[in-house]
Design a protein around this ligand. Structure first.
Ligand code: CA
Length: 227
């Protein structure tokens, strides 16, 4: 499948030529001239990359960026900016953009950035772990059972993430403490059991078919088993 790029650009000359050039590179491009258009696309698709002009007719590009990345945290937005104020760059990066390119840009430069970011996106695809109906996205730090997103504390997330990466295998108590709490943990490991109970409770509350089971292995640790 060709990577899908959403281009949000109100300047028709730039929009048209950039769409053509990206298509020539083999990308599937959706070009919209406004923030409203971008919202509509995002309702039905998750592009691999968004190229976003900061100066849009209907809203501020940085606001749109903030809105879209809040909606879809794994979304990669590369900002195209004609403005010369370095503060704009800071604002857009704060708004969740991963990078920016200043207009006017050379196509070769833009394409190099696009390729680099798509490679990274591919890398984070590989960071997804699936066990039964459980899906975990490391880069976005999100977890789903089926289509239901589960809200976990940071510690619960790290713990479950470690078990999921080693699904079907015993993960030793000391190893969990080292990885999820702190290296050479000396205190009681009771806190681990408390966190496991909390995760089990959330699993039970969600009540989704295909949920993996956390097995306690006395004197060893825990194992996450696919259903
Ligand atoms: Ca513009």
């Amino acid at each position: 499948m060709n990577p899908h790029i959403l281009l949000v650009e109100d300047d028709a000359t730039i929009g048209r030529s950039l769409t053509g050039a990206l298509e020539n590179e083999g990308y599937h491009v959706t070009w919209v001239p406004s923030g409203a258009g971008a919202r509509t696309v995002l309702q039905v698709a998750t592009p691999d990359l968004v190229l976003l002009d900061l100066g849009l007719p209907d809203m501020d590009g940085a606001d749109l960026c903030r809105e879209l990345t809040a909606l879809e945290p794994s979304l990669r937005v590369l900002v195209l900016t004609a403005r010369h104020d370095p503060a704009d760059v800071v604002v857009s990066l704060d708004a969740g953009a991963i990078d920016y390119v200043k207009k006017p840009f050379r196509l070769a430069e833009l394409f190099a950035r696009v390729r680099a970011h798509l490679r990274q996106a591919q890398g984070s695809e590989d960071e997804r772990v699936t066990v039964g109906s459980l899906q975990l996205d490391h880069s976005a730090r999100r977890l789903w059972l089926g289509s239901r997103e589960l809200l976990l504390t940071p510690r619960e997330f790290d713990l479950l993430s470690l078990l999921a990466q080693n699904a079907g295998e015993a993960v030793r108590r000391e190893h969990i403490m080292d990885e999820v709490w702190e290296p050479n943990w000396n205190g009681s490991t009771k806190t681990l059991d408390v966190h496991i109970s909390a995760i089990r409770r959330k699993f039970a509350q969600a009540d989704i078919p295909g949920t993996p089971t956390i097995i306690a292995l006395p004197r060893v640790g825990y194992r996450l088993d696919a259903p």
